[in-house]
Write a protein that binds this ligand. Structure first.
Ligand code: NAP
Length: 521
């Protein structure tokens, strides 16, 4: 069992009571009383708080009492003797667990007090912890072994800051290579996945906060995020893993959409946000780390900015399968891990865009032949769409702020090009915005002057947040046919879902999930 543990850090009994109730209602399985947060720390106060937790919980609930040393992340500079006395008293008062820094436990006077207190408690257990707030431990395994050599029934707790997602793998290795009760995870944004995978890899607990304001460590998720977004209750040792590789990744809708779809179909699969900072080298290192550890059971990835090209290069270098048009586009957004780690790379963006166009215009792909299309933008999305449209035989003209970029893309796919000023002379059946103009928060911007939206032109905006951009609103006012970015986003996510699972996605459910998610934000 991996206890979902919520820290409580208030000496105000009412406030603590509210936090406890909220934690229990959200599904907390264990509480941690962080006494180093208390303003007026003393033994009686801690005893009262423990009694209050018992009464408020109204049912047996394991409790950890911690009084963290400031050198290891504690909040207030309480002297060591007071901290140790508080923990000893907490154990005698019935706390199931007390957490003592291993470094401090090595001091004989501390060790004696703690050993005596534990011997007087019927059920009290000891967590011996080590924290590194700046980086990885020099030798985590050595600390782990030293803890168990000194106190074999202790629960070792080893927590460090991951400065890059690649730093998490040492934590995963320790969990994988050891058994029994141990707590191992990473702090910081780069360590976020370790707090989720703690359950898959059998850590004794993982921490989550009641809400963002009450987080007690960097990178801590809320209990709601863990449970609703990351399907905490459904994570098992054999859960298959997927994720979106990106930087930044926090804004990505993919974890919400894919996890909701996995849940809807009752699949033993979990989708993670994978923040991979850096260029090709760091990207390669990340995937190498994954493939070296098959036991993690990663089966597929979405890939987005800035790694679409890096992903293609990675698969090329390892002689994996590359969907031909993805190779021509020079970017992939989906990686599938096949039998014996064989990789396959796809680009679901261009097909998603073409399908959004054909279904809204109620035409077939072959009807795209010779259609005149204006594409605004020459970045990654424009590139995928231009490749798809050219492949379908349309006549594309690319308009871009940086004209040289438009010229380069046009040359590759045999299109025309122009600067944005030339939109005044627009003459096309379909206009596609592939720039970020109009995207949240700049929702009052549009890439196209209203007067250019003339009769008979259909308008497709790839921006999906908001789904109804100013460009689309203006087009609708002129009674033009419109296609929103959400349709393309859903199509590419549905195509990824099919590649990930072999099953068709429920597109209606996907659209509702995303719309609800965007409305909540
Ligand atoms: P990108 O590679 O960074 O390209 C951005 C493009 O927008 C470039 O052509 C850039 O012109 C242009 N641009 C940006 N700001 C501009 C401004 N203020 N004025 C004029 N042009 C500007 O980005 P991308 O990956 O192609 O993504 C573009 C947009 O597509 C995203 O913002 C997103 O809304 C949308 N998107 C939609 C989906 C979907 O599934 N619906 C998926 C991914 C992305 P320069 O070349 O002059 O810099």
């Amino acid at each position: 069992m991996t206890y979902l543990t919520v820290p409580i850090a208030s000496e105000n009994l009412d406030q603590a009571g509210r936090q406890i109730k909220a934690a229990l209602a959200a599904g907390a399985e264990m509480l941690e009383l962080r006494t180093d947060y208390l303003e007026n720390l003393n033994i009686d106060l801690v005893r009262n708080l423990i009694a209050n937790i018992r009464t408020t919980a109204g049912r047996p609930l394991p409790l950890i009492v911690t009084c963290r040393d400031q050198r290891q992340g504690g909040v207030r500079p309480y002297p060591q003797h007071l901290r140790i006395d508080v923990l000893a008293a907490a154990s005698k008062a019935g706390a199931e667990f007390i957490d003592v820094e291993f470094e401090n436990f090595l001091r004989m006077e501390n060790q004696e007090k703690i050993r005596v207190a534990l011997s007087q408690s019927t059920k009290g257990r000891l967590i011996l912890s080590a924290h590194n707030f700046s980086t990885k431990f020099e030798s985590m395994k050595r600390i782990y072994r030293s803890i168990l050599t000194l106190y074999p029934v202790a629960i070792p707790k080893l927590v460090y800051t991951a400065n890059h997602i690649n730093d998490c793998f040492e934590a995963f290795d320790l969990l994988y290579q050891t058994g029994g009760e141990r707590i191992v995870f990473c702090m910081g944004e780069a360590g976020l996945i370790s707090r989720i995978l703690a359950k898959k890899l059998g850590s004794f607990l993982t921490f989550a906060s009641v809400n963002e304001q009450n987080a007690t460590a960097p990178g801590q998720l809320t209990i709601e995020q863990l449970q609703k977004l990351y399907r905490y209750d459904d994570i098992r040792p054999n859960t298959e893993l997927f994720g979106v590789i990106a930087d930044p990744v926090g804004h990505s809708l993919s974890p919400a959409i894919h996890n909701a779809c996995f849940a809807e179909k009752g699949m033993n699969k979990l989708y993670l946000p994978l923040l991979v900072q850096g260029g090709q080298y760091k990207f390669d290192e990340f995937l190498n780390n994954i493939f070296y550890r098959r036991w993690l059971n990663f089966k597929g990835f979405s890939v987005t900015i800035p790694h679409k090209q890096n992903a293609l290069n990675y698969v090329r270098a390892r002689h994996g399968f590359i969907e031909p048009l993805a190779g021509k586009i020079g970017a992939v957004n989906t990686l599938i891990v096949g039998v014996e780690g064989k990789l396959a790379a796809y680009n679901t963006d261009y097909a998603a865009a073409l399908d959004a166009i054909t279904s809204m215009l109620k035409i077939g792909r072959s009807d795209l032949k010779d259609m005149s299309v204006a594409v605004i933008g020459a970045g990654g999305v424009a590139r995928a769409i231009v490749a798809g449209l050219s492949d379908a035989g349309t006549k594309v003209k690319i308009y871009n702020r940086t004209v040289e970029r438009a010229e380069k893309l046009a040359a590759e796919f045999g299109c025309e090009f122009a600067g944005l000023d030339d939109l005044q002379n627009l003459d096309a059946k379909l206009l596609i915005n592939c720039t970020s103009i109009g995207m949240h928060p700049d929702v009052n911007a549009t890439p196209v002057p209203q007067e250019c939206l003339t009769k008979g032109i259909a308008v497709f905006d790839t921006v999906y947040n908001p789904a109804q951009t100013l460009l689309l609103k203006q087009a609708k006012r002129k009674k033009l046919k419109t296609i929103d970015g959400l349709s393309m986003f859903i199509n590419q996510a549905a195509a990824q879902f099919k590649l990930f699972t072999g099953q068709d996605a429920n597109a209606k459910f996907m659209r509702k999930t995303i719309s609800d998610y965007l409305d909540r934000k």
